[in-house]
Design a protein around this ligand. Structure first.
Ligand code: ZN
Length: 147
């Protein structure tokens, strides 16, 4: 499918941009070089930033995504019945970790948790989980925006 689209785009670009007289010349240099080359990788790295949805403070990046208990993201329900879509991150420099760690009602057995707030606006963005020297951030994905 991708090949067909590229081929059509190439034909279309050639038809619009290049006079027939040039197409027919056998010495036209690098005709196939009309193919577009988007700097896609660089663009995607730039777009991997995750910001606080409330204030735009830079919270973390997609490169900090990690897998915990078999998945990056998890759906959890707290004792109050609220449902959270939580993503796991190795680092979240734009956050404040507040409160006292507890294992009560933890969603990751063996890990104690603490609240995580945006350092910019204090919005609740998720939780910090720690077990000995091991730790990660569980962030509420719909409270972050990707840019
Ligand atoms: Zn914020």
């Amino acid at each position: 499918m991708e090949d067909v689209r590229n081929h059509e785009r190439l034909l279309s670009a050639a038809g619009l941009a290049v006079p027939l007289s040039i197409l027919q010349r056998s010495d036209t240099p690098n005709f196939v070089g009309l193919r577009e080359e988007a700097p896609r990788d660089a663009l995607e790295r730039e777009e991997g930033r995750l910001l606080c949805g409330a204030c735009g403070n830079r919270i973390t990046t997609e490169s900090a995504c990690i897998v915990v208990n078999g998945s990056h993201d998890h759906i959890f329900r707290n004792p109050g019945g609220l449902v959270f879509h939580v993503g796991c991150f190795s680092d979240a420099g734009g956050c404040l970790v507040v409160g006292v760690f507890t294992e009560e009602y933890t969603w990751f057995p063996g890990y104690a948790w603490c609240y995580v707030l945006c350092a910019g606006c204090q919005a609740h963005l998720g939780w910090r989980y720690e077990r000995g020297d091991d730790g990660f951030f569980g962030l509420i994905l719909d409270r972050l925006v990707r840019r």
